[in-house]
Design a protein around this ligand. Structure first.
Ligand code: HEC
Ligand code: HEC
Length: 344
């Protein structure tokens, strides 16, 4: 189970909007892409201001959030890798400890209906409490974090700029972190320009063929322009769930054992390694997995990976694999990956 403190008091604090009336600055964004659905996050309850975003960014990059002041959020979420951790199959945190899961991208968080591979956290505002308290990530108590921020030479002033007074409290801390993460919108890939019929949206014959294969064989789960239907599925990556039961860690239902959140495929060329346990280093090996090679059978394996003749996986020819790779590469959004507003 996720170690997380969703107390009544905290929720009341989060839901109250009394924090905002002192904010002087205008709403700075983000711009909502026309090809995306409606966001799940209520931006009107926590509008992004220049000062709130700047505070959230400073916190995201500051190891002060960890017990020994060595690990920042940004150590595992690196901007040029769509805020994932390159070369790390599973997370690498405090005291050189390793977790059991691959860092997820922090992008388009406004649209997520639940967070983490098991969907254990329902609201973006509650996400930071999880890595902060996780004993193999930052291993710190939120109360101590707030105390460190109160005694810091700069933070009280930054809280004043963002929220009108120097008070450092949980709700403000979490709102500032959400303001930074809310701005991390990736919707400027060549594919986006193509679907929005904008200049710079030219797709090659190979890429368009890949899009057609994708729509036929992948889009049932990697749905909409977010490239996820936000459900939990078992795509046959593992069949031994003793280390990680996936969605069942939260729901405790046996029918959820082995199901993991369908990840978005935006910027997927920049987010290797792949899957909840970082099993695959390349997109080619992911496609070889789907094409049957390594799909592991188990009671919750998704029916889409079980063909009518009993074979496992999704049939893909060599040509289709090449087309899919070409298409997946059009989801890379260099503007986002190199956006100086988001990098340290
Ligand atoms: C030691 C590495 C590490 C650190 C430090 C870390 N994260 Fe993560 N992050 C991960 C991993 C691993 C996951 C996936 C965890 C899971 O699914 O159980 C994750 C998941 C997330 C997600 C969920 C994304 C989604 O689509 O569900 C968000 C948001 C996030 N982290 C933000 C943060 C913030 C904010 C901080 C700092 C307070 C932080 N992370 C610190 C490794 C880390
Ligand atoms: C039955 C639903 C389903 C279908 C169909 C499906 N996927 Fe997935 N996909 C998932 C799930 C669930 C995961 C994560 C599984 C895990 O980590 O255990 C995933 C993970 C991935 C990843 C790794 C992403 C990352 O950031 O780690 C890629 C790449 C991917 N799928 C591409 C595809 C392609 C290409 C197709 C079509 C050939 C496809 N998927 C079809 C459900 C599906």
């Amino acid at each position: 189970m996720k170690k997380i403190l969703i107390t009544g008091v905290l929720l009341t604090l989060l839901l109250s909007s009394c924090e905002k009336e002192d904010k002087k600055e205008p709403f700075i964004g983000p711009k909502l892409p026309s090809n995306f659905p409606q966001p799940a996050y209520d931006l009107s309850a926590n509008p992004v201001t220049e000062a709130g975003f700047a505070l959230g960014k400073k916190l995201f990059y500051d190891p002060i959030l960890s017990r020994d002041n060595t690990i920042a959020c940004a150590d595992c979420h690196i901007s040029f890798a769509a805020f994932t951790h390159p070369d790390h199959p599973t997370s690498h945190g405090i005291d050189n400890l390793f977790g059991k899961r691959n860092a997820l991208p922090v992008q388009n968080m406004l649209w997520r209906t639940s967070f983490f591979w098991d969907g254990g956290v329902p609201n973006l505002d509650l996400v930071p409490l999880n890595p902060i308290q996780n004993p193999v990530e930052m291993d710190e108590s939120p109360a101590v974090v707030l105390e460190k921020l109160r005694n810091h030479p700069e933070y009280p002033g930054l809280f004043r700029e963002a929220f009108g007074s120097e008070e450092v409290n949980t709700a403000r801390f979490l709102q500032a972190m959400s303001q930074f993460m809310a701005m991390l919108v990736s919707a400027d890939s060549r594919y986006d320009h193509y679907v929005r019929k904008e200049p710079g949206g030219e797709m090659s014959v190979e890429e368009l063929a890949g899009l057609a294969v994708f729509q036929q064989k992948c889009a049932a789960c990697h749905a909409t322009d977010l490239f996820t239907d936000q459900s939990f599925r078992n795509n046959g990556v593992i069949d031994d769930f003793s280390l990680d039961k996936g969605r069942a860690e939260v729901s405790t239902f046996s029918e959820d054992i082995g199901k993991f959140a369908v990840p978005s495929l935006r910027n997927v060329a920049a987010t290797a390694p792949y899957m909840h346990n970082g099993k695959f280093k390349t997109l080619e090996s992911v496609l070889d997995h789907y094409a049957g090679g390594g799909v592991k059978d188990s009671p919750t394996l998704d029916p889409l990976l079980r063909q009518s003749d009993g074979t496992l996986g999704i049939p893909l020819s060599t040509a289709e694999k090449a087309q899919l790779i070409a298409f997946l590469n059009t989801l890379t959004d260099e503007t986002f990956l190199r956006d100086a507003r988001f990098a340290q």
